[in-house]
Every structure is written in structure tokens, then in C-alpha cells.
Design a binder for this molecule. Structure first.
Ligand SMILES: Cc1cc2nc3c(=O)[nH]c(=O)nc-3n(C[C@H](O)[C@H](O)[C@H](O)COP(=O)(O)O)c2cc1C
Length: 306
């Protein structure tokens, strides 16, 4: 059997397939359908300092090759997360990565510190890139802010810090380098691309928030390029995210330089998508006589030199 074990800095995963924040709830919702302990890791819905009701509906709409969402970070807030969600999640033999978002550097540090005092958390993912809330994007569009927020979160914890970046920037490698300089142990990329859709009958936006984040197959080539470029710009590991629907897609990200992947929108189509990706990667390794998944990482062969 080929080895699927992979590392994200100090964090060891039994396979490189995780669930993406906001698409897997708090694990509980999917547990009847998915054996959580088979996953490389679970990243739960963004948690904020205070509970958030999110945006008014409609908050999602289907597009030609994916979906738009503007949930607006609806969540129960850190107190209820720790009291109600964490005890359930820590029962499973799977690394739990808690995704957090704040409106200030201090919010991120507070959330990181508070969660670090709890047992059963493997890493913190900083959502510095949510496109659907006021100020949500500020951090990951400015290298100085990115470095500052990552450094403060890093100083507030002994846990690995993963910075989740926005693709809605001119040059994502500048932000990746800033997150690395701030002390991030790994990068997640990408969050959703800002988009919109119009109902021509009513001439109104299809989302109450007017704009939303595009995810799913439409963004895969864009996300893949972002991963490829960042993998050559930083030394820290990268988690590839964006339109991964099957094992073939996941393999593309690994070959382009991702050390692991997250499955998002695909779970809405097929709740067991992440498990299918794991077995598909296993089959590929066997078929190609590759003994260790890490041998694939960054193995892209190019003639262009780009
Ligand atoms: C309905 C929905 C809700 C999401 N909520 C969050 C969230 O709370 N925090 C976050 O960091 N990303 C969130 N995301 C972004 C995903 O984690 C992922 O980065 C993005 O969807 C791209 O991956 P995909 O194309 O595989 O879905 C959300 C995505 C969707 C579709």
C-alpha cells in the first residue's frame, strides 16, 4: 500500500484530503454519511468572537459551473462553539482545524488564544479572506496587514497556524510571502472569487448581498495557478482549494505543488466526495507505482520554464 501520510509543518495528516471551511458544517451534519476518521482533517465553519446571523437570504445561487454564496459568516460564536461543537468533534480520530475570523488583529489573536486553551484542536486556520462581510477582505489584500495578523495569531498559540488567502488580489505571491514572514506554518489557497448573478425577470441581484463568492469547477484552473505560483514563492506547505470535485482534480493540485487539498463545493453534490478523492489518489499511486504521495508534490514537468 502506498503511503498517503503528509505533513503541514508540525502537523502530520494520515492523508492529504481535508474538508473546506463552511462546506462541512461542524462535522455533525455529515457524520451519518461520512466516516470522519478516514479524512486527513476536518476544517470547521468559521468561528467568530460573537455569534453572527449572517446575511439575509437568498444567500446561495447555482452558476453554470459552480455556485455563488454570501452566507456572511453565520456561526454560533466562540463560546457556544467551545461548549457545544468542540466536545462532539474531539471524539473523532481526525485532526480538527478550527477556522477563525475577526474584524481586527486583536480579534484574531483573542480567538487563537482562546481556542489554544482547549484540547482536541490540531491547528488554527485564519480566514483573512472572506469576501462576504464588511472588512472581511482587508487583511489578505494587504501584505502588511497579512503579516501583522498572522504574527499576532502565531504569538498567541503553540498550535500550527494556517493562513487562508484570497484570490481577489493582483499578485497572490506577495500575500503568501507576507503570511510566511508573519510566521504561518502553512497556507490555504484559495477562498472564493468575488462574483455576482442577476435575475433578469426582476432585474435584481440573485443574492441579497448583491455579490458573493464563486466556488466549484469554474474556479479550478484559477486556483491551480495560484497554488503553482505560491508553491514557488514560499517554503511553507500549501493546501490547495478550489473546484476539486474528484481525485483527478486533487492530483492536479498536488502535482502543481500543494501538500494537501480541501474539498468544498463537491461535498454539496456528493457528501462522500472527500472519501472518494482519498481512494482515487490511492488508486493512482498504486497504478503508477508511486510509494509515497509526497513524491507527487510539486512534480510538475514544464517546458515553458514559467
Ligand atoms: C457555502 C459556502 C460557505 C463557505 N464558508 C466559508 C467559511 O465560513 N470560511 C472560509 O474560510 N471559507 C468558506 N468557504 C470557502 C471554502 O472553504 C473554499 O475556500 C471555496 O469554496 C473554494 O473551494 P471549492 O471550490 O472546493 O468549494 C465557503 C464556501 C461555500 C461554498
Amino acid at each position: 500500500m502506498a503511503s498517503l501520510t503528509t505533513r503541514l509543518g508540525p502537523l502530520r495528516l494520515k492523508n492529504p484530503v481535508l474538508t473546506a471551511s463552511g462546506t462541512f458544517g461542524y462535522g455533525q451534519e455529515l457524520e451519518p454519511l461520512v466516516d470522519l476518521s478516514r479524512l486527513g482533517g476536518v476544517v470547521c465553519k468559521t468561528v467568530t468572537r460573537h455569534p453572527r446571523a449572517g446575511n439575509a437570504p437568498p444567500r446561495t445561487c447555482e452558476t453554470a459551473a459552480g455556485m455563488l454564496n454570501a452566507i456572511g459568516l453565520q456561526n454560533v460564536g466562540i463560546e457556544r462553539f467551545v461548549d457545544e461543537k468542540l466536545p462532539y468533534l474531539r471524539r473523532f480520530d481526525v485532526p480538527l482545524i478550527v477556522n477563525v475570523a475577526g474584524e481586527s488583529v486583536e480579534d484574531f489573536a483573542f480567538l487563537t488564544r482562546a481556542l489554544s486553551a482547549e484540547s482536541g484542536i490540531a491547528a488554527i486556520e485564519l480566514n483573512i479572506s472572506c469576501p462576504n462581510v464588511a472588512h472581511g477582505l482587508d487583511f489578505a489584500t494587504d501584505p502588511t496587514l497579512t503579516e501583522e495578523v498572522v504574527a499576532h495569531a502565531r504569538a498567541a498559540t503553540h498550535l500550527p497556524i494556517i493562513a487562508k488567502l484570497s484570490p481577489n488580489v493582483t499578485d497572490i505571491t506577495l500575500i503568501a510571502r507576507a503570511a510566511e514572514a508573519g510566521g504561518a506554518h502553512a497556507l490555504s489557497l484559495v477562498n472564493t472569487f468575488v462574483g455576482m448573478a442577476v435575475d433578469v425577470r426582476t432585474r435584481r441581484p440573485r443574492l441579497s448581498n448583491t455579490t458573493g463568492g464563486l466556488s466549484g469547477p469554474a474556479i479550478k484552473p484559477l486556483a491551480l495557478r495560484a497554488v503553482y505560483r505560491c508553491a514557488r514563492a514560499v517554503q511553507i506547505p500549501i493546501i490547495g482549494i478550489g473546484g476539486i470535485m474528484n481525485a483527478q482534480d486533487a492530483l492536479e493540485f498536488l502535482i502543481a505543488g500543494a501538500n494537501a487539498v480541501q474539498i468544498g463545493t463537491a461535498t454539496f453534490v456528493q457528501p462522500r466526495a472527500a472519501l472518494d478523492v482519498i481512494s482515487g489518489i490511492e488508486d493512482y499511486l498504486e497504478a503508477n507505482s508511486i510509494g509515497d504521495v509526497t513524491q507527487l508534490v510539486g512534480s510538475l514537468v514544464t517546458d515553458s520554464g514559467k
